[in-house]
Design a binder for this molecule. Structure first.
Ligand code: SF4
Length: 332
């Protein structure tokens, strides 16, 4: 994904998108990790939890989700009467699938009612349907701490699970071996090298990173949390250990720049950035980056059957229960 101030946005495509949105009563929701030109034209940009929470309050009948497949599923579960469109249905989060039903059942057989299966929102509807509670990276610690069970199986992310386990030592947190391959690939040495190159910078890390990376962080939190921290902080330099797609929102919120389109390019060139952000090499989610503006427009123009999200009936009810409960708990 090219993250440059000169990322071109075809004006005729944007005009067509605006017309199609009006005709189809549609709204575009984009994840922070998608290409900046999509973020620039989206109605709302956020992380998967913030967008899921927001979508239930929107009046539009069609939701276009510029994100990966589990996000489309969550939107459909929470908005069953609405049309949910995924511009690129092939964009799929590998971590969302990284747990087996057999493992969950085997541990339930061992621990019985004293085991809670806690599922990160970045998971498929099937995985959610096997769980007892669904959490976000922001509320996972608080929810695990409040569970009556002593044993907790955390799925699918071993790194977020490990982070939670460290904060809640009174629980026996059992980890699964799934992870986000892109956050997991950032090495502690890489972060140490960035710190050596930018000694005044604060390290802001996503809890999907390994514990050795998190140990070097000044702040650990969700993408939304990282952006809010950088915006409020008096510091001027930040090493941001998550996917580089957040750079567009960081620049917008912290430096008033829009990293897409000709107007944005001019604004970026004219403005001296007050805050600077450094990223680990290769910190791009290829699935999120594979979504194009053309696909966003084409799914509204003439949606292919695979672009229209449907959740297999057997998972619908239990997975929706998990998401409803997650929104309820997050609101407390
Ligand atoms: S960044 Fe990682 S967790 Fe997020 S969608 Fe990509 S693969 Fe999945």
């Amino acid at each position: 994904m090219a993250l440059s101030a000169s990322t071109p946005v075809a004006p005729e495509l944007v005009a067509e998108l605006e017309r199609l949105k009006r005709d189809r009563d549609a709204v575009v929701l984009a994840h922070y990790y998608v290409a900046p030109e999509i973020q620039a034209v989206a109605d709302y940009v956020g992380d998967s939890f913030a967008l899921a929470k927001l979508a239930v309050s929107l009046p539009q009948q069609t939701l276009v989700i510029a994100g990966v497949a589990f996000m489309g599923e969550s939107m459909k579960l929470l908005n069953p009467r609405k049309t949910v469109l995924l511009p690129n249905p092939q964009a799929d989060c590998p971590m969302a699938h990284m747990v087996s039903r057999g493992m969950v059942d085997a541990l339930r057989a061992v621990y019985g009612d004293d085991l809670a299966v806690v599922c990160y929102v970045n998971s498929t509807a099937a995985v959610k349907s096997w769980s007892d509670v669904c959490v976000t990276s922001s509320n996972a610690v608080q929810i695990v701490r409040s569970l009556p069970q002593r044993h907790v199986l955390f799925i699918p992310d071993q790194n977020l699970g490990g982070y939670v386990a460290a904060q809640v030592p009174e629980k026996n947190v059992i980890l699964n071996d799934g992870c986000c391959p892109h956050h997991h690939a950032v090495t502690p040495d890489e972060v140490a090298a960035l710190k050596a190159a930018h000694p005044g910078a604060l390290v802001l890390a996503h809890p999907e990173c390994t514990d050795l990376v998190l140990k070097q962080a000044d702040y650990v939190g969700s993408t939304a949390g990282i952006i809010a921290f950088a915006e409020k902080s008096d510091a001027e330099e930040f090493i941001v250990v998550t996917m580089r797609g957040v750079e567009a929102e960081l620049e917008k919120r912290c430096n008033g720049a829009v990293l897409a389109g000709e107007k944005g390019a001019a604004a970026c060139a004219a403005a001296a950035p007050r805050k600077r952000f450094y990223f680990a090499e290769h910190s791009v989610c290829p699935d999120m980056a594979s979504i194009t503006l053309e696909q966003v427009v084409s799914c509204l123009r003439d949606p292919a059957p695979e672009q229209q999200v449907d959740v297999p009936g057997e998972f619908t009810e239990p997975a929706k229960r998990m998401l409803d409960r997650m929104l309820e708990l997050a609101g407390k």
